[in-house]
Every structure is written in C-alpha cells, then in structure tokens.
Design a protein around this ligand. Sequence first.
Ligand code: NAD
Ligand code: UDX
Length: 458
Amino acid sequence: MPNPVNVLCIGAGYVGGPTMAVIADRCPHARVTVVDINADRIAAWNSDTLPIYEPGLDEVVRRVRGRNLFFSTDIACGIRDADIIFVSVNTPTKNFGEGCGRAADLQHWEKTARQILANSTANKIVVEKSTLPVRTAQAMDRILNSNTRGLRFEVVSNPEFLAEGSAIRDLENPDRVLIGSHETPEGRRARRAVADLYASWVPRERIIESNIWSAELSKLAANAFLAQRISSINSISALCEVTEADVDEVAYAVGTDSRIGPRFLKASVGFGGSCFHKDILNLVYIAESYGLHEVARYWESVVRMNDWQEARFVRRMLANMFNTVAGKRIALFGFAFKANTGDTRESPAIVVTRQLLADHAHVVITDPKALDNARHDLAGVDGHVEFEADPYKAAEGAHAIAVLTEWDVYKELDYKRILESMERPAFVFDGRNILDHRRLFELGFNVFPIGKSPLKQP
Ligand code: NAD
Ligand code: UDX
C-alpha cells in the first residue's frame, strides 16, 4: 500500500467532482477533499441529488463519500491539510476589458493561488487541472513562491481530457494522463508524486510526462484538433446538401483511412460545450499575442465554421417552412450540448432558440436532463418559449420538430402518434442525424437531415 496522502481539489464542478470521486475510489490510501466557494454546490455533492448528471457518477460517489472523499466549504482548512492541491476552478472566456471575447478569464485561478499562499504552512504540490493558457504556470510560480516564509510550491500541469456524458468511463480508462512539470529535480519529483496517484489504476505506459509548457499547450491543442474535425465534416455537410452526396457515407469513407480514423466525424448542428469555443478562442488570443496572426486566423476559422453551421441550420428551417416561422409552434428535441449530460453551456440549442424567437416562432423545449439549465439560459429572453418534459406534449400542435441533442430516447418515440398531433405539413429537422429518415418520410413528414438530401412530401 502506498504512503497515505492528503489530496485537495479546489473547484467542485464538472471536472473536480467526478475526477476526485474516481481518484478516491481507485486510491484508498488517499484522503480526498473537494472544496468550493459555492455552498449550494457543496451541499448538493453531500446530498442524494448530485449537482451534475453524469452516468455512473452516483455509484462512485456513494461508494467513497464519507470513506475517503469529502466535500466541504472550508477552503482554508483543506489547503492547510493537503499535500497535493488540484486546482479545477472555471476559466471562462473573458467578457470584459483587454482580450474580451477571446482571452481566458484567470481571476478565479489567481484568487485560488493567493488562497493557497495565505493558508499554507508547509510545502505543497499545486496541480493545474483547469485548462489554462500556455505559460500560466509561470505566473502561478511567481505568486506562490513570492512568500517570505520559506515555503516552496511546485507547480505541475495535469490537464483533464474527460468528456461530459462519458466522464467516469474516461477517468477510469483514460487514453492517457498527461503530467508536465519543470525539468528540475524538485519538478520531476512532484510530477512523479502525481503520476503515482494515477498509477494506482492507469497503466504506467499511458502516463505521459513532459515539460510543463508542453502539458499546458497540449490541452488547448487537443481540443482545437477535436473541434477542427467537427468543423471539417460540418463544412462538407453543406456541400453534401447541394450535391446529393450523403455526409455519413462521406465520413465513413474518409474515416476508414487509418491515418484519419472514424471518430469525431459526426456532422451536426454544431459543437457546443464549455470547452471547445473557449479553448480555441484562447489559442487564437495566445497566437495573436505572440504575433502569429496566420496561426490565429487558422484556428479562428474552426469557430467561425461552427457559428455558420448553427446559423445555417435555422436558415434552412426558415427557407423550407415557407420563409416564415412567426407564430408557429416549433418543438426542440434536446437542449443539452450533447447526450447524457444536463450541461447546456455553449449549446447550439441556445443559438437556435434565440434565432427562432427573433423570427417570432413559439418555441417549446424538451430535454430529459437539461430543462433547469435551459430555463436559466433563456431567463429574460424576449419571445414565446415553453419548457415541457414530455416530448409528445412538446410536439402537440407543432409545425416542426428540430432534433438538437442526440438523446437515445428520441430515436424510440412513436412518430406516427407524434405526426397525428402536429400541424401539416409537418417538418423534422434532424440536427444530429439520429432518426430513421426514410421511415419518417413514409409516415408523412418532410425530413431535413444534416448533410443529406431532404425527403420532401409531394
Ligand atoms: P465548473 O464551472 O463546473 O466548476 C468550477 C467550480 O470552481 C465552480 O463550482 C466554482 O464555484 C468553483 N470556484 C471558482 N473559484 C473558486 C475559488 N476561488 N475557490 C473555490 N472554488 C472556486 O467548471 P468545470 O466544467 O468543472 O471546468 C473546470 C476547469 O476544467 C476549466 O478550466 C475547464 O476548461 C476545464 N475542463 C473542463 C472539462 C469539462 O468537460 N467540463 C473538461 C476538461 C477540462
Ligand atoms: C471535450 C473534449 O472531447 C474533452 O476531451 C475535453 O476534456 C473537454 O471538451 P466535451 O465538450 O465534454 O469534451 O464533449 P465532446 O464529446 O467533445 O463534444 C463536444 C461537442 O461536439 C458536442 O456538442 C458534441 O455533440 C459535438 N460533436 C462531437 C459533434 O458534433 N460531432 C462529433 O463527431 C463529436
């Protein structure tokens, strides 16, 4: 059994909560505490209704909470007792001042560094778990090691690659764990201490050690590469629609080239989520700040293509619904940015809803897990919007259904029953290509998939 170790995570969000639950589960020798300034969130982590929905998370938390996993608001005490501190606070895009709309907002990050400094009475390893601009560790180092009490903090970068909806699976069986540190004896020792935690369940060959700047930059680069694949296939989807090619067939043909690979080539209404936009925009900002304008323009185009795809989806709805949706009831199937999560951050559904409302549609939103977040996202927005848990009721009296999240439940609905309750002509715009388009057409729907010829009733 390895030596006991006290682990603290600052930030009990989508990353901090699940990551620490899995570390506690797989490292019985570790006492893991997760702290947050948000008392409601901590109370929820300590309750039967966890603050986030993630398949498999409840089971892991139930196994370890109170054993070696603790949730608390006592940040000072958590810092004092910890040997290793993961910092997993939010790093959203700045919405003010210099770099507004692009740069990462590091205010939570810096506050955390100062809190660590103020409450530490011994040397510590501080792990960057949040996604941060490359070279953030330099600032972190300077703040932490500015102390005059002889304390030494070793900063390590250990970016998180989990995807929401599959977080527990990703954490339990990661493609890789990346740990970067300064290439000094102390830095390498800290890196190894963090690697030893993961080695309790991750094979050593999947634990990559690197210099700290490579680790920071690899996280931004990985997200940019993933999003780039989606923008690439989405750009091709537009071409498919005008050439009678089928985007799923093209993606399959392209993806079977082993140099390209099949994953992340699913055409859609657009990518959402809290990471892709913000991390690419951050990469763009960093490139700009080094004077690398071509690099910045290159990555910026990935986000621009995504914005265009979202807008194009609504334009296609309008064009095919006789150029007006004013006063028409439109049911949105799904509001989460992807299936198996209640998270709606940067969801394409937000853009689609706003554009439909601007065109005076009556929008009815249904989603198995994201209705609370949807209400929050659309609070104060002008226009007629309803929230309805039951997709059958959402579709009643609607002119169109738009599928915006690939929830399995939407594949299994009784579309004959749904059609009978809708206005005619009835439209389905499948923003995720998950439905059986031929069958819907045979039932009597006008069907508009992404990147495929529409199936229109005579
Ligand atoms: P989140 O908003 O869900 O959680 C962040 C938490 O940090 C919040 O609960 C907030 O209250 C808390 N916090 C902020 N400042 C604090 C402070 N000074 N002291 C204590 N707590 C504080 O964010 P998230 O989705 O968990 O993301 C966290 C980081 O991980 C971000 O940098 C993100 O880019 C990165 N990341 C996210 C994902 C993902 O899928 N969500 C995946 C990989 C990496
Ligand atoms: C992403 C990265 O995958 C993960 O490694 C990182 O740690 C955080 O950011 P996440 O945003 O949770 O994870 O989900 P992801 O599965 O990447 O999906 C992002 C968006 O792209 C979703 O809106 C999804 O629907 C969309 N998507 C994904 C597509 O449109 N097509 C695809 O082929 C794949």
